[in-house]
Design a protein around this ligand. Structure first.
Ligand code: GTP
Ligand code: ZN
Length: 372
């Protein structure tokens, strides 16, 4: 493995000068280190693509107490020769990260994908268009530090595409919205061009057409999706394990199972960006802490009355903020519980040590302990 130069596989996957700068201190410490991009993560290990274009598996992650510091798909890793094989030494700072809210065990959440530039939100035109769901995905994309791109899929099945494009644009102001059909190929070239050079991740409900879209974008044909013809048009497919795939025009597509239908996590800012027009209006309310319910001089209510803002937008905005608050509160509670456990462990260890010093049976504090 050697340090990459321009046009090599790593640059095609998005390596640039800022990453060069991030790698420099590692190179100064050990000139043998090389970067690699994580294409898939397994329990405790990962697979990487390196500058010579080869995919190397079997890398073991460094120990990290904070789950968000563990390796994830899309990470740029610093590799160094160690013993018989290469080892993963560090991760370069992430430009963006999708976090999943913590499970009941881990309060701090888990990073699902890193260094994503564009979040492709797949919305099937074969199903009813649920605006609130789109707003949720858009908020998530902003919160992760990525640029959302709304992809209305299966446009061959819809008759009023123009109308639906308008609805989607209204729900996601300032966001690029495209209609595509993997079946007819409509819009695919335009989407490819919009992604060129960057890293894109796929989000969307099951059956939204993500795998089919991934095939169309990466040019993998039917390799990743097995077409089945069933009545509801959803079908079943098998997805191969690699989660980061090079795009033919440069850049990469990240498609991780965990990212496909994620929950909100610390997305208050993302919600704000999605409902930018409401936040902007709120800045003009008479009271700084206006709840936009009955307050006099409320610019938000004023806009609704004037027919400039749909009251449905305000409802969605509130709902997403509430959801986010609930998750944040839950995460706080989990974090506190973890800390309490750690304090108990430390206190127990302290008692043990002081018992031992006093010549008591360790852990009994003298109750039932005999002096030796
Ligand atoms: N008519 C039409 N059908 C499509 C199109 N894209 C996907 N489909 C069909 O929609 C179904 C679901 O597509 P998938 O690509 O498997 O959807 P997915 O989002 O990957 O689904 P999950 O893996 O469950 O998340 C399949 O039967 C596809 O053949 C399209 O552009 N037009
Ligand atoms: Zn107000």
């Amino acid at each position: 493995m050697s340090v990459p130069d321009r046009g090599d596989p790593l640059h095609r996957l998005g390596w640039d000068e800022a990453y060069d700068a991030a790698l420099a201190p590692f190179l100064a410490g050990d000139p043998r280190v090389v970067p690699g991009r994580v294409t898939r993560v397994d329990r405790g290990g990962c697979e990487l693509l390196t500058a010579d274009g080869s995919v190397r598996a079997g890398f073991v992650d460094r120990p990290a107490a904070d789950p968000t510091e563990r390796v994830c798909t899309g990470d740029w890793a610093v590799l160094a020769p160690g013993g018989a094989a290469w080892e993963l030494r560090a991760l370069l700072p992430r430009r963006s990260a999708f976090l999943r809210s913590g499970s009941t065990k881990a309060a701090r959440g888990q990073v699902l994908a890193a260094n994503v530039d564009a979040a492709l939100i797949a919305v099937s035109l074969a199903d009813d268009f649920v605006v609130g769901r789109l707003e949720r995905f858009v908020s998530l994309a902003w919160a992760a530090g990525t640029r959302p791109v709304v992809v209305l899929t299966k446009c061959d099945l819809a008759s009023d595409v123009e109308h639906l494009l308008g609805d989607a644009s209204a729900a996601a102001p300032g966001v690029r919205v495209l209609a595509v059909s993997a079946r007819t190929g409509a819009g695919v070239a335009e989407l490819s061009a919009a992604l060129r050079g960057g890293s894109a991740a796929l989000l969307g409900l099951s059956g939204a057409g993500k795998s089919t879209l991934a095939n169309a974008l990466t040019g993998l044909g039917g390799q990743r999706v097995q077409e089945t013809r069933d009545s509801d048009g959803r079908g079943r497919h098998t997805t191969t394990a690699r989660e980061l795939l090079p795009l033919p025009g440069g850049g990469a597509l990240i498609d991780t199972p965990g990212l496909r239908g994620v929950g909100l996590w610390d997305a208050a800012e993302g919600v704000g960006a999605t409902f930018a027009e409401i936040e902007e209006l709120a800045g003009r309310c008479r009271f700084g802490d206006c709840g936009h319910r009955t307050e006099p001089g409320c610019a938000v209510l004023g806009a609704i009355e004037a027919g400039v803002l749909a009251s449905r937008r305000l409802d969605s905005y509130r709902k997403l903020l509430r959801e986010n608050d609930r998750l944040a509160a839950r995460a706080d509670a989990l974090l506190r519980a973890e800390q309490r456990k750690e304090w108990k462990r430390r206190a127990a260890r302290g008692r043990w040590e002081s018992d031992a010093k006093r010549g008591l049976t360790p852990g009994t504090g003298g109750r039932g302990g005999r002096r030796r």
